[in-house]
Design a protein. Structure first.
Length: 236
């Protein structure tokens, strides 16, 4: 059964509120732990650029924000999300982390950020861009709050190009993943929404073009793990 991928704010918020407490376990299990490796690419970018102030939008349960905070060069990290339940889990993690004092979690709408222009050295979104109701507007907001010379980093799931990998990916993503998700999550539709939202997300060159339309320059992408995920970067 096809699940709607309508990006209505209240619908998406409700879905993530419902899966917040099982979100990390499910993601690590369903990705076989590879999500940690993908997230590390975002962290490596921050390390290479010695980013001091960082915004992690669609922060979810705060994994990326807390890893960014662990870097010596990081002064502070703002983790923003519109799901109260996700932020509650993130706050619990921060309270137990020795880097939690460098992170502040705020309820934020990616399409209407509350921060002032030119605030951050780096803005990131890790596997949350596909939930933006308006990709260009979300990227424009990320660009707006980034300092001149700063970088916008997007890590997102993608469809592999290799025919064999692509076939295996679709069997897993459209067949097994929704079944496992329904068995372990309160939201029956959440893990059917995931593969469909990835299928509909603009891939590689198409997303780079949207980044350019949002005013970013030197936009690039790098495929990760046979193209199952992609890292995008653009500068202000």
């Amino acid at each position: 059964m096809k699940v709607s991928t309508d990006k209505n704010k209240e619908k998406i918020m409700g879905m993530f509120d419902s899966i917040a407490h099982s979100y990390d376990k499910l993601n690590h299990t369903l990705s076989m732990g590879i999500d940690r490796r993908w997230r590390k690419k975002v962290i490596d970018t921050a390390r290479a650029r010695k980013a001091g102030k960082i915004l992690d939008i669609a922060t979810g349960t705060g994994n990326t924000a807390l890893e960014l905070a662990s870097l010596d060069t990081t002064e502070c990290v703002i983790g923003g999300d519109f799901s109260e339940n996700m932020l509650a889990v993130a706050e619990q993690k921060a309270a137990k982390s020795k880097y939690g004092h460098k992170v502040m979690f705020l309820r934020e709408d990616a399409l209407d950020l509350s921060m002032e222009d030119d605030t951050f050295d780096m803005t990131t979104v890790t596997f949350g861009a596909r939930n933006f109701a308006d990709l260009k507007k979300g990227l424009e907001q990320m660009r707006r709050v980034t300092k001149k010379g700063g970088v916008v980093v997007v890590a997102e799931l993608s469809i592999p190009k290799n025919p064999l990998v692509k076939a295996a990916y679709r069997v897993y993503f459209h067949g097994l993943l929704p079944i496992i998700g329904r068995l372990t999550s309160k939201d029956r539709d959440a893990y059917s929404y995931l593969p469909q939202s990835v299928e509909e997300f603009p891939q590689r060159e198409k997303f780079v073009e949207i980044m350019k339309q949002a005013g970013l320059k030197n936009c690039k992408y790098k495929s990760l793990t046979f193209g199952i995920a992609t890292l995008y970067t653009g500068e202000k």
